[in-house]
Design a protein around this ligand. Structure first.
Ligand SMILES: [Zn+2]
Length: 343
């Protein structure tokens, strides 16, 4: 469908009352929203993130106003107890989550969350906090975009990967390939690329990429927000060997608890797609002492089928506009998707 027509349809879902009807019908469901970065200005075209997941403060403000009006924002601990049958959730419950641990979550998102009184949990990859590292898939992307030749070594072996024909698109495909390779191999691969084509000084300090320090994490906690684990190195659990898996789960939990003085009982699978977690991974999460784990299935969580080791989340990409955001959190997009292939 053409963009203008789609935009009109999306706006119509709100003013016609369709969103409200779906929200009422699905008031027993839980909406868990997944954000990454929040920054000022229009992030659409300028978004450096390869997945375009940076939300503008303006958009985020609009999201929170809508959630405050039509949903009941809850805390991660409420969801945890609910998933284990220990309490009920209010109708139209919504949980706001952030992944990775970017500094802009504290500087740009937290003031807005506080103004609206909306709780949030931040899932941090502890190995990046207070360092000048760029999150590894983004680092690989940035290296590939700047790579001096048309061919770059393939992450999984001795062959080469062609970067010809749309460098950014090919760089993104390279990242997807790397995600399917054992994580220890990817770490060595990145180390070799880094030596040959180091990223420009200061890239790790940009608003999009800079991570929080532990001191800033303490500020996040003192503002009343929650913290969960997103592993140590943002390694995809299905690409970890047994010992690596344990380290990702146990070391991140221990660091968060010892350095911040809070309980860390929620985990969020890095990358979060269907191939990024497994029954073995979920079992390891449970064995490490967590009580809940979140995926990134891009779906609303039904209250009828609850797996505490795979709570569904909806991904928010800021530049999609308020109309699509409203239709998605209300559940209208899922309803329409079931009826047609428009979305
Ligand atoms: Zn992540």
């Amino acid at each position: 469908m053409r963009t203008a027509g789609k935009r009109l349809l999306l706006r119509g879902l709100e003013w016609s009352g369709f969103n409200a009807v779906v929200r009422r019908r699905r008031r027993q469901d839980l909406v868990v929203l997944n954000y990454h970065g929040v920054l000022e200005g229009d992030r659409g075209a300028a978004d450096r993130n390869i997945y375009g997941t940076t939300t503008s403060t303006h958009e985020f403000d609009g999201h929170l106003a809508f959630l405050k009006r039509h949903f009941h924002p809850v805390r991660a601990s409420d969801v945890e107890r609910w998933a284990h049958g220990e309490r009920e959730l209010p109708p139209n419950a919504v949980l706001v989550t952030f992944d990775d641990g970017f500094r802009n979550n504290l500087t740009h998102a937290a003031p807005l969350l506080a103004r609206y009184g909306v709780p949030a949990i931040l899932f941090v990859s502890t190995g990046y906090l207070g360092t000048r590292r760029v999150l590894w898939p983004q680092e690989l992307y940035e290296i590939a975009v700047r790579w001096p030749r048309e061919e770059i070594p393939h992450p999984g072996g001795t062959t080469m990967f062609s970067l010809a024909g749309g460098r950014r698109a090919r760089a993104k495909q390279l990242c997807e390939k790397a995600k399917r390779v054992p994580m220890a191999t990817v770490a060595a691969y990145l180390e070799a690329l880094r030596r040959e084509a180091p990223l420009p000084e200061g890239l790790a300090d940009t608003d999009e990429y800079e991570f929080l320090t532990w001191e800033q994490m303490r500020r996040w906690v003192s503002l009343g927000f929650d913290v969960g684990s997103h592993g140590v190195n943002h390694w995809i659990l299905t690409g970890c060997r047994e010992q690596e898996l344990r380290r990702e789960l146990e070391d991140s939990k221990r660091d968060i608890e010892q350095r911040l003085g809070v309980a860390c009982t929620s985990f969020c699978y890095p990358n979060g797609g269907p191939r990024d977690w497994s029954v073995e991974a979920a079992t390891a999460v449970q064995a490490a002492g967590y009580r809940l784990a979140y995926t990134l299935s891009d779906r609303v969580q039904s209250r009828r089928q609850v797996n505490p080791w795979a709570i569904n989340r909806l991904m928010v990409a800021g530049h999609v506009g308020q109309a699509l955001f409203r239709a998605r959190v209300s559940g209208s997009v899922e309803v329409l998707r079931a009826l047609s292939n428009v979305f």
